[in-house]
Design a protein. Structure first.
Length: 684
């Protein structure tokens, strides 16, 4: 073959996206993927862009995970007993390897990963070892991350803003803002997110969202990374780029474990280690290259040019006969270890653009990742002499206490993020502002100048009641959706040890209070003066205080409903639950006319206290007689109208109503917090 012919053949081979390795006949070779880069026309030379080294990340030790006789069962009800999902499975996942957990639906692959990640701890038998020592779940959870199948991201934050929040929460106070900025820029450049750094998460493509999810967790450089179906919803090109990224992360010394449903042959051969499950038992564990020879030795011959991933799934589903138990016995006897590759005893093959060379597996922190699939490991190893998982003495003081940052720092960071999201949510913020303005103008036009008219006292009472009810609904309905819409983001960030439940709840519930107070104040100022209520600063302040308290109590009630229910149930139950409160508020039915056996129900309605306090503020406290523009005004004296409504007129009654509203506000907030904790525990 001539030199020109050889050059053309090499060029054509470099454009090929497939591998030249025939997995089905058991041959093994090193796959070299050449990636062509576009060079800008303005570039003065064709020199390749230098590789990026993640040298500024915190150094972490390599972590090996081993599980022994792991069994897990779930309850099917009091009468039906328990169903076993995993049945005495064993295995070991090593650092520096990309491990794939495969199996048919219901085989237990997601359950196994949740157990290894520490998200499932009940009804569990067996032992999980970290670096051959008993796992401390609390410390392990701090140094591992779980990236879920659905990319749970805050839609209104840009890539840069999301990375800043992650760095502030996960890197702690020992690192300056300039150092955090270096880490953020390094990760963004390494993962290929430079072009979308100012793009909202909701506008990212599927591959970009997946890379951003990885970038957020990579900030503190966790040595163990779990991925649930990382290629789900991605096209073939994005799937390849995603797995190239995961492999480069593993080559830096991290333990990367992911569930995969049914990969193509091209993606399947990128895994270093395969753990195959069927009927809750392991039917193969070992290197991917050893799968086909192992199956052949068991009488299962994979046809030539057939995807081994598809074939082993067919075997696990029983399409080629009842081989599951036979494979389980062989795996438990260690038969599959005969097909282990000699390249996994502390040495990794690293694929570059031109050569394949062997380098020792290093602790995570010096990985090079380029999103187009090329991988390289720097020659300078990362140094890490302490094992942060073995001894609590080696942990920083902040991590001993639970989180990298203090509770107050978490609260401040989350409060800023929550308030920023509210400001950026132009749709909801504008709708709330416009609705308060339009309804305020409408009420002002309907009840114009009736506040001091004795002939229209009943209509004015209707105006006051509507103001109270409007404050209730406008404050309650948006907050019902607060937790359901952000539950996925909250679960991901909390379980990955970003912050505590207390810090998140305090920040999330306090962030909307200033906006609610401002909107309520603007509405009350407009309606109060347009309807000619008494021009008395004390009465105005009393009425405004009641309106604000009603809004805050309703907001708390909405948070309680949202914390305990999903979106569908909350949106239905929220308005329905207010009907009894409206009925027993004292406006539609006189409190003295209610039958004795349900006379206690009005005291369960916070609208009753709000309406009564607003009536006292307007008509109580010895208000002078009203103007009468008709021949006869029955309620010329405000005291007589309050007596007709079965309400007191003194300041004591007003203070009692205000105290009850304040108490309900605190009680509902506390209840919502514990309901949120219970719901989070149930999700685990």
């Amino acid at each position: 073959m001539s030199l020109n012919t050889f050059f053309l053949f090499s060029t054509f081979s470099s454009l090929s996206s497939g591998s030249q390795t025939n997995l089905c006949n058991g041959s093994s070779s090193v796959t070299i993927t050449r990636t062509l880069r576009k060079v800008p026309n303005s570039s003065p030379s064709n020199n390749k862009k230098p590789m990026i080294s993640l040298t500024h990340l915190p150094k972490r030790p390599p972590v090996d995970i081993q599980f022994i006789d792991l069994s897990y069962s779930v309850s099917e009800g009091m009468k039906r007993g328990y169903k076993t999902i995993l049945k005495c499975v064993n295995g070991k996942f090593r650092s520096g390897e990309l491990t794939g957990i495969m199996g048919p639906s219901g085989a237990g692959k997601s359950t196994l990963m949740n157990i290894l990640a520490g998200y499932k701890t009940s009804n569990l038998d067996g032992q999980v070892m970290i670096n051959e020592k008993e796992r401390s779940l609390r410390r392990f959870r701090k140094m591992s991350c779980y990236i879920m199948q659905d990319d749970c991201l805050s839609p209104l934050l840009t890539v840069k803003e999301a990375m800043q929040v992650s760095a502030n929460l996960k890197l702690g106070k020992g690192i300056t803002q300039s150092e955090k900025k270096v880490v953020i820029n390094e990760i963004i450049e390494a993962l290929g997110l430079q072009d979308c750094v100012d793009t909202n998460s909701s506008s990212l493509s599927g591959g970009q969202r997946k890379r951003l999810s990885i970038a957020l967790e990579l900030v503190n450089n966790p040595p163990v990374m779990f991925f649930d179906e990382p290629t789900s919803g991605l096209d073939s090109s994005s799937c390849f780029q995603c797995l190239c990224l995961l492999k480069s992360l593993a080559r830096g010394g991290r333990t990367v474990i992911c569930t995969i449903h049914q990969p193509s042959a091209r993606l399947f051969e990128m895994f270093d280690h395969l753990y195959m499950l069927a009927e809750g038992q392991c039917v193969y564990r070992g290197p991917v290259m050893g799968l086909v020879p192992f199956l052949s030795s068991m009488g299962l011959n994979c046809p030539s040019y057939h995807n081994p991933a598809d074939y082993v799934m067919e075997v696990a589903c029983g399409e080629h006969g009842d081989y599951v138990q036979k494979l389980v016995i062989a795996v438990n006897a260690g038969y599959c270890n005969k097909f282990a590759s000699p390249d996994h005893n502390g040495v990794s093959k690293v694929i570059t653009n031109d050569i394949s060379k062997e380098v020792p597996v290093k602790p995570p922190g010096d990985t090079v990742a380029v999103p187009n699939g090329s991988v390289k490991t720097p020659t300078t190893p990362a140094t890490c002499t302490t094992s942060l998982l073995d001894s609590s003495e080696n942990l920083p003081q902040s991590e001993k206490n639970g989180f990298p940052t203090t509770g107050f720092q978490q609260f401040v960071i989350l409060l800023k993020r929550s308030m920023y999201i509210i400001l950026m949510d132009k749709t909801l913020t504008r709708m709330r502002l416009v609705s308060h303005f339009i309804i305020g103008c409408l009420i002002g036009l309907i009840y114009y100048d009736i506040g001091n008219n004795a002939a229209k006292v009943s209509s004015n009472a209707g105006c006051l009641f509507f103001c109270v009810m409007f404050m209730m609904f406008t404050a309650m309905m948006p907050t019902i959706l607060t937790f359901p819409l952000e539950m996925s983001v909250f679960v991901r960030e909390h379980l990955n040890y970003w912050y505590s439940v207390k810090a998140y709840y305090m920040a999330k519930t306090l962030a909307d209070i200033p906006f609610q107070i401002v909107l309520t104040t603007c509405y009350i100022i407009g309606v109060y003066f347009i309807t000619s209520q008494p021009l008395d600063a004390t009465r105005f302040g009393m009425f405004l205080l009641v309106a604000v308290l009603i809004a805050l109590v309703s907001q708390s009630f909405g948070l309680l409903i949202g914390a305990g229910l999903n979106i569908e149930s909350g949106v239905f139950l929220g308005p329905i639950s207010t009907i009894p409160m409206v009925l027993f508020s004292g406006f539609f039915a006189n409190l003295e006319d209610i039958p004795y056996y349900i006379k206690w129900l009005p005291y369960m309605s916070y609208l009753k206290y709000g309406f009564e306090a607003s009536m006292i503020a307007i008509y109580g406290l010895d208000r002078p007689k009203l103007e009468c523009n008709a021949d006869y005004c029955h309620f010329k004296y405000p005291k007589s109208f309050l007596k007709e409504m079965s309400m007191n007129e003194d300041m004591t009654s007003y203070l009692i109503d205000v105290a009850v509203l304040c108490g309900l506000f605190i009680l509902l907030r506390i209840c919502a917090y514990f309901v949120l904790r219970i719901k989070l525990f149930q999700n685990r």
